[in-house]
Design a protein around this ligand. Structure first.
Ligand SMILES: [Fe+2]
Length: 380
């Protein structure tokens, strides 16, 4: 029997398109499902382990019987167990069944880019990584492309540069990421681009990364500059990059909902004190008209009507009254302390890798890099 398969890109297109409703059946165990699952607005996801289909086939089929004449898209770790369940469903008379080729990590690695801004001087793109909730950016103009916070999978950036006929010349890290493996070092090696990061995070890196200083400027042309703004707190080296005086790529210094959590380094109080100073002296002074382009998102409701994770500072202030109302340091510390929580155990491994230390196989990296970020100070 020939079984149909589908790709992560197709899953994205269906989830965000206008195709009829389908069931996404995740047949991994509940622990893996809890760690990383496909999320999209309105997506109907059911978790039913393939072990259940092996041990209690009739009962398991009964749990999805209502979907017999509708599309069922199955996902598992690699594809084998999804294909097994697909076979069971097809034999039971299900009419439209397919399994995700390559499994959940292909969804975890998917990047989709969208245009944020276009004028005569430059184009700005947002790369959305739905499996991680992370965002990276490409600034294109004057025959160059500059990438901010590149993810581990490089092909989407290389493809965009090729399609635009430009050369990748500068790479910027907003901070040392804990939740995903950075592509900065590898993209610099692949392209010869110069890599930049703040020494507060990258002083111990085992690779070449240019030290960023507060107010440092990079000119793409005489009319277009990127300016570094040191915004410590989430990490000591956290840096925001302002593009064309308007777009603020903040990493996790400021998110659409909340701020980056300052407890990931295991010393929440000193980092939270720094974050308070950043908030009071820098972030609160940013004009309402500036456009926030964050490094992560927590859920799809943060998107604007154009499908972008982009909001004016005025909107962000209205969305986060608990952060933007006048506050004293002790009130801010109490706010943060109440939200300190454990972090996923793989974060310390990822931080080490992002400093260029340690070796992992591609399969191990894929596995490490799975799962939604937990970077925001508050969950909601
Ligand atoms: Fe972060």
């Amino acid at each position: 029997m020939e079984l149909k398969s589908y790709t992560a890109q197709e899953l994205w297109d269906w989830a965000f398109g206008s195709v009829p409703k389908f069931l996404l059946l995740d047949v991994r165990n509940d622990k893996d499902f809890a760690r990383s699952k496909v999320e999209a607005p309105g997506l109907w996801v059911q978790n039913l382990s393939y072990i259940d289909f092996i041990e209690e086939e009739a009962e398991s089929l009964g749990k999805v019987a209502a979907q017999k004449d509708q599309p069922v898209r199955i996902v598992c770790a690699k594809d084998g167990s999804a294909r097994y369940v697909a076979e069971v469903l097809v034999k039971a008379g299900f009419s439209n069944v397919a399994s995700l080729a390559g499994g959940i990590t292909t969804w975890g690695d998917l990047l989709v880019h969208k245009l944020v801004h276009l004028d005569q001087e430059f184009e700005l793109y947002q790369f959305q990584r739905p499996g991680k909730g992370s965002l990276s950016y490409a600034l294109v103009g004057h025959a160059q492309m500059w990438v901010f916070d590149p993810a581990r999978v490089l092909e989407p950036y290389l493809t965009l540069a090729k399609s635009k006929g430009v050369v990748i010349t500068n790479l910027f890290e907003t901070h040392l990421q804990a939740d995903y493996v950075s592509g900065g070092k590898a993209l610099a090696a692949a392209t010869g681009a110069k890599l930049w990061g703040h020494p507060g995070d990258f002083a111990g890196a085992d690779y070449k990364i240019g030290p960023v200083t507060d107010h440092q400027n990079w000119e793409l042309s005489k009319n277009l500059a990127v300016t570094a703004i040191h915004t410590p707190g989430h990490t000591p080296g956290s840096t925001s990059y302002q593009i064309a005086g308007t777009f603020l790529l903040t990493g996790d210094a400021l998110l659409i909902h909340s701020l980056g959590r300052p407890d990931l380094g295991g010393m929440w109080e000193p980092w939270a004190k720094e974050e308070f100073v950043t908030l009071e002296t820098k972030i609160k002074a940013w004009p309402d008209s500036q456009i926030l382009l964050p490094g992560h998102f927590s859920d799809w409701t943060e998107r604007n009507p154009q499908g972008l994770f982009a909001r004016s500072l005025g909107e962000v202030k209205a969305l986060n009254p608990e952060i933007f109302l006048p506050m004293k340091e002790d009130e801010f510390l109490a706010y943060i302390q109440g939200r300190v929580r454990p972090q996923p155990e793989e974060y310390s491994v990822i931080r080490t890798l992002n400093l260029g230390q340690g070796e992992k196989s591609e399969a191990e990296l894929k596995e490490l890099d799975l799962g939604k970020n937990q970077c925001a100070a508050s969950t909601h």
